[in-house]
Write a protein that binds this ligand. Structure first.
Ligand SMILES: [Mn+2]
Length: 272
């Protein structure tokens, strides 16, 4: 295994055993760097162990929808859904402040450089019309709001806001839309309207296409875009510079890490 490489790890979702197996493969001598594509927690069996490891080892991530959901629960803006969520043991540990403090350092979009290659890391995606500057300023806008008033941020976060909105109109709706773009988007129309209902490979209507199938302005500024979130794709985007790395570990698939330099992928099988 090469040393001094940089990797991005796919959606862990509480799959601690697979996470540890993958780290052993990509970072046996603790010389490589990695960060996560978000959704560290939920749906899987051991979110509490993943979070412990992440905090102890200073592992960084971009925000996924499930990470934000955990923060909303810990802050009291949302209830743990017993039917769908699997974070009760994590919540019972009473480490809300520590976890919120740590997760608050994450961003919605992050640029990682390795030699001459630049990659943009996001959980779900970015708008085709965004330059890298636009992407990073949308990230800054959200991060500032989150830090300024986390309670307000999380109590107004949940919504299927799907239509784009300009800066001057309604701040809450704009924030909801931007959060949905970065952490939940799969299909989008030419007018930047999101279809947040479909999780499969095909949209419900032909007005909507996968966000990565459009021409992306920010690929002028970065070499690659790396995302997770969309397990049904099984990593297939048919795009040389936009790479999906959610291989559905929590659904019995595998957990992936991509080397940002040569885009090679290393996987470990789900153990469940
Ligand atoms: Mn997700």
């Amino acid at each position: 295994m090469k040393t001094n490489s940089k990797y991005v790890i796919g959606d862990i979702q509480g799959c601690y055993k697979e996470f540890k197996n993958l780290i052993k493969l990509i970072d046996p001598n603790k010389e490589n760097k990695f960060l996560c594509v978000g959704d560290l927690v939920n749906r899987g069996p051991e979110s509490e162990k993943v979070v412990d490891y992440v905090i102890k080892n200073n592992v960084k991530s971009v925000f996924g929808n499930h990470d934000l959901h955990l923060m909303a629960i810990l802050i009291g803006a949302r209830k743990h859904n017993k039917k769908k969520d699997t974070m009760q043991r994590l919540i019972n540990k009473n480490k809300a402040i520590e976890i919120i403090d740590y997760f608050s350092q994450f961003s919605f979009a992050k640029v990682v450089s390795s030699n001459k290659k630049k990659s943009l890391i996001v959980h779900a995606g970015v708008l085709p019309s965004w330059s890298l500057d636009n992407t990073l300023s949308a990230n800054d806008e959200l991060q500032e709001d989150l830090k300024k008033d986390p309670e307000e941020f999380f109590s107004t976060m949940y919504s299927d806001r799907s239509k784009a909105i300009s800066k001057s109109t309604n701040k809450k709706n704009r924030r909801r839309y931007l959060i949905n773009v970065f952490t939940r988007m799969r299909f989008i129309s030419e007018k930047n309207k999101l279809d947040l209902q479909t999780k499969l490979k095909k949209a419900g209507s032909n007005k909507f296409n996968p966000w990565f199938s459009y021409k992306h302005k920010c690929l002028k500024d970065v070499d690659n875009i790396i995302f997770g979130h969309w397990a049904a794709l099984n990593g297939v985007t048919n795009h040389n510079n936009i790479k999906g790395i959610d291989l559905g570990c929590v659904w019995g698939g595998s957990l992936a890490a991509i080397n940002i330099e040569d885009k090679s992928i290393i996987t470990v099988d789900s153990v469940t």
